[in-house]
Design a protein around this ligand. Sequence first.
Ligand code: ADP
Length: 256
Amino acid sequence: AQRGLPQKRKLLGVDKIICVSSAKGGVGKSTVAANLSLSLARAGRRTGLLDTDIFGPSVPRLLNLSGEPRLSANNRLLPLENYGVKTMSMGYLVGEEAPVVWRGLMVMKALQQLLHEVEWGALDVLILDLPPGTGDVQLTIVQQVVVDGAVIVSTPQDIALIDAVKGVNMFKKVDVPILGMVQNMSVFTCPNCQHTTHIFGTEGVARECQKHGLELLGDIPLDASICQDADNGKPTVVAREGPLTDAYKSIADKVV
Ligand code: ADP
């Protein structure tokens, strides 16, 4: 290990850790992370979802969970569970409306707790929903735990893609294998006339994958039901059968 850097650790009882990242906020990373976890759980895998976004946690809302986590006998945080997925999030510890105005040191301390002090029990796979971006916090996470693979989510828009490449470079630097990219919000089909529009561009993510020798893991359209399901606290994979659920499932099959 480099001097000053903590050694990467495995998490007790967790077989495999997959992180879902994006270089930009708002591209659908958390929605992908939640739907992936739910697909894995539905396929019978013991699954956890760890929301490492200290400033904008979305897992409580997405999985319709709230309340303070209980502590185990040895003072570790016990995950909250819904739809067969065990979860932990800063959102449970600070409440939904509380703005987190913290100094760097406190952020790092909270992060340590989320990473190392959760009693997951036995898990086949833990999905890490990383905060958007490629800064210190993201680096700390991937340097502290043994991440088996990274999924990068992006829209096909150039400005999102430029940043997505920074993500590719970050994972390469810390020796985390990149499993591939997910193109999100690519095509919109008008529910009235069935006309299709590529709002953020057409093939941007596929192009980027080719350039970097990465796999395009899937392509999720821009669809109002994905947004509604998320807002209802019942993500698409548990809310409805059909092509959207199949699209998330096919990505999940490729990452484990
Ligand atoms: P991020 O984690 O990248 O910040 P979110 O997953 O929170 O992004 O998604 C941002 C917003 O876009 C949310 O309102 C979410 O419901 C919505 N959203 C995500 N993916 C889609 C999609 N494929 N179609 C429609 N809305 C989506």
